[in-house]
Design a protein around this ligand. Sequence first.
Ligand code: ATP
Length: 764
Amino acid sequence: MADNIKAQEQHHLDGVIQKIKVAETSLQKKIKATKKDVKDINANFNNDVRLKTETYSGMMETAMSIRQQQQMLSERENRQEYAARELGTLTKLEVNPYFARIDFREGDEKRDETIYIGMASFTDRPDHYLIYDWRAPISSIYYNGGIGDVTYQTPDGEQTVDVKLKRQFQIENAKIKTVFDTEEVVGDQMLLDALSNRSDTKMKSIVTTIQKEQNQIIRDTDSELLFVQGAAGSGKTAAVLQRVAFLLYQYRGNLHSGQIILFSPNQLFNDYINQVLPELGEQNMVQMTFYQYSSHRLPSVQVETLAQRFDEQFEPHAQKINDVKGSLDYFKAVSAYANHLNTEDMRFRNLMFNGTVLIPKEKVEDIYYSFNENYNLRNRLDATKEQLLKILNRKIHVEMRKKWVEDAIQNLSREEIQQMHKEGEEEILDADKEFKFLARQIVVKSFRKVQRQIVRNHFLSINNQFVHMLRNIPKIIHLADFDITESDWQADIKATVGRLKEGRLSLADASTYIYLYDLMTGKRGDRDIRYLFIDEVQDYSAFQLAFLKFSFPRAKFTLLGDLNQAIFTHENSRKLLDELGSMFPEDKTRVVQLTKSYRSTAQITNFTKHLLTNGEDIIPFTREGDLPQVYVEDGMDSAVEVVKKQAEINLADHETTAIIGKTLKECQQLTDKLAETGVKATLIRTENQRLVKGVIVVPSYLAKGLEFDSVIMWDASKECYGEERDRQLVYTICTRAMHRLTIVATKTLSPLFDTVPTTEYEMK
Ligand SMILES: Nc1ncnc2c1ncn2[C@@H]1O[C@H](COP(=O)(O)OP(=O)(O)OP(=O)(O)O)[C@@H](O)[C@H]1O
């Protein structure tokens, strides 16, 4: 690039930065003035507000003026907060205002227009944009095409412009480091630079190098269901985080980050991605795992953890049961079962008081089914509660005459009596009335617990109902279709009842349990959530997805997945797509396929794609590195020695290294062995830990969605990965590596690597 262009652009840059500084100064003044205002308002609070509490109108006047003061205060505080946020944006822009320039001609216009694109918009006067936010409709030109005709979406429909120049910048501390013109969509050089960087314990934004297909995902506003199927490392997670930033920009004022929820594979992953949105100047959306959601909905039940679930899936018997419990058929069966509760079979509990039955369950049942068939579960329950509260009220008189009440009155202290009068606002007239008054107070107070139980549906017996449902399932679903016998099912019920008694539930049962309870109580779901994202959707069952759709009825769904990385559902994951299709309107469903893999070097991607039986569609990004290295050692000690040496080499090269083992047990053993040889490695036992720099040892199921400079797969032997169904797990492990992949096995290498041509790796 000619030096004079660089000089011209630096000159332009200096001008923009100058204007940003002016804007900053004026904002700072504004903030200072508002701060002073707030201080003054607070200081004058006592003077301005005259407290008149003698008369009713005086009190009203006082309340009004306090309200006025508060409104003024909160308006100033909002203004201050907004200005502070704006100042934060300007401070960021001041050092790195933009990353691209586009010159283009629109329609019949006589002159070219020039725009600069950066992390946020900046105007020096109304409608005079010196920088356009990367999310503005016009900025799409940058992502959608090269030179020549490029189309982009505007609020008024599609628009085509003739792009004359596309220039990219790398700016550091207000100085242009490099500037180059490109004819491509987003220059490969820039992408290569971005991808060659070392990994970090935190994911970064990809705004400057978003690819065209990713841009489609980011800016989709029409789909009710957007399903992104993409190879490992194809930027699904990256794209979706930019999408959240885009949506918050597009619907500013109507959508806030609390209305967006992301279901992620594990807590480590949450931690890994939580800097991206703040880096983009936005607040993080709500992030949780499905396990956390279920546990939150069932505070008194211990839901099976990810690790327990991972270990359990290796039993073929449990797998079949899980398959049926995860199916859409099962979801429909639970719905049908709940529906029939409108006419019979609802299970109730006695309402107890002081150890005796106050309202027997038979009475509750009579009330519940006394309403006609036009009632649904929701209003049937409401009407029942109303009746029960009335009955409770009527029982006050009877209870007042009981001996325990008389005793309680005898034991009342003077203070307690005074307190009751304060609450009851009743004057003492004569002894009899006083006795009745106190008796009533005592009973009403003691009945509060029962009242709460009625309001909170404690007269429903969800545990019994759940077990009753399980017993009825064979009548609704043909279990033989799932290769399950009646006795298999009965055995599973027994196991479930056993767990329930200990206050535990499997994750599959937990979803069903909550769903059943929601249907029984007529819950309509959380209507506030507008966008719901699920990462690694291949690990969800159709049941869970249908349940989430039910729980967030107004949310648009964006689902990201790689059917080749299912760690739980295996072959079933392909069925998932069809089942999903049936849950959303066809014309509002969009499936996007991402085939290019960005994370790893070409060598690693070429190696890993052969691990898949249908991996031919995966296109590596041309970033060069070493061939993956495979070691097969005779014994444990020499294998550990290889791991040790490799970890040391990686450390010396400043590479973050993850040693990924299959289960926690294997990881624990290796960490102990490494410690004996003097290697310090951090074992990640649970998802609640933090990722740290240096060498970490992590079980495969916690490595989902993460990436590391170097990966050492341990122990890639036949003994550990002997089954065909482990293929996706092996693929997931190997695709975590960005720059370097080492595979270490003891005795015999897993046959799953047989599909990889020997030219794709180096056998050591
Ligand atoms: N357009 C891009 N520009 C720069 N980096 C990118 C781009 N797209 C993806 N990447 C990088 O590639 C890596 C992989 O992306 P990401 O984790 O989003 O992939 P993924 O599809 O979610 O992978 P997986 O399914 O294996 O978890 C990340 O480091 C991401 O920053």
